[in-house]
Design a protein around this ligand. Sequence first.
Ligand SMILES: Cc1ncc(COP(=O)(O)O)c(C=O)c1O
Length: 396
Amino acid sequence: MSIIERVGKKERQYVEEVLSMNFRSSAGYKMTKRLEEAFVEKFDSKYAIAFCNGTATLHVALEAAGVGMGDEVIVPPLTMSSTTFGVLHANATPVFADVDPDTFVISADSIEKCITHRTKAIIVVSLYGLAPDFDRINAIAKKHNLVVIEDDAQCFLGKYKGKTVGTLGDMASFSFQSSKHITSGEGGMLITTNLEYAERIRKYSCLGYAGVSTNKGKISKTDIQEPDYSRHVSLGWNYRMSDVCSAVALGQLEHIEELVEMRIKSAKLFAEAIRNSKILIGQKEPEGYLNSYWAYTAKLVDDSIGWKRFRDKYLELGGDGIYAAWKLTYQEPFFKNMTFLRREELLNKDVNYSDGICPVAEYLQPRLLQFKTNYFDFEIAKRKADVLAETIKYFE
Ligand SMILES: Cc1ncc(COP(=O)(O)O)c(C=O)c1O
């Protein structure tokens, strides 16, 4: 397998099936239901509820867990800021736990230090495709009665001690945004084995409709033909995934193994290129973990080189663009200026967001180089890895 198609025949066939239904609303949701069922099977879960994206999933996961104003949710700052947006959307207070210097994912020790009597949940991010230490995190959560929400936007089919990432927390969130292992342009999924959470997730993501439930994402035609039919039993959001997007995601899910394998194989080439390097150290993959490598990420430990100089040399020698890690969430302007659309008034006042609260993440963020792994032609990945080896040689 040296060349694969990112978007295959199945995706096109399923989209055609949806289009051939002419968007009759009585026919809608069929493809989304198929996608949800396929997700349940793939993750050996009980419930899967499709969403319009992997930010809405996080918001609703928290709402389903009963998190709201006055509650604190522990999150890592080194991630795409949606993790924290979810907390603010739920009117709760984010509390930042630091990350591990070698694996770059949220640290169990730091989580423990962040717990107060107001903590209700932890959102753990499987950053770049690598799981955090779930055994320790789940033990902490159990001790303090906290809900664990997995943000697996960047991790499809990663493993933690033999278990598939997505099956370790109380709920797991996935994103199908275009950079992800599987994509439908935009989209998301929440999975859980907990019936109560699943019921609430469905209702809150479907405008609080009375007629929807865990395995039913649409009100029946017959229900709404009564004038006294009461539709809404709670507040909710319209976060549903469209059948067209579901068609693409279903096709993607059917060849997810090859899509993930290609990223892992590309990442291994990059890992090999930096194996003996003194200036670059790759994200550590502890024994018993399988990183599904949404990106291959390394820290530049020689400060005399500089992130931009390294990137420019890599580009000059024929490499692809290297992404920088996102600014830490609490250092983003929306956070610094507390532009939370009046939710800043709801935050617990004694939580500290000043620079210095997560020193490891603050050290890592400006030094991380995220190499893309979404090569669909293995020969190109090999050439890029050779360029990386050459770039390292130039600086060492
Ligand atoms: C870690 C993480 N969480 C959440 C999201 C949000 O997903 P979406 O873009 O589908 O809203 C992303 C990426 O986009 C992400 O990388």
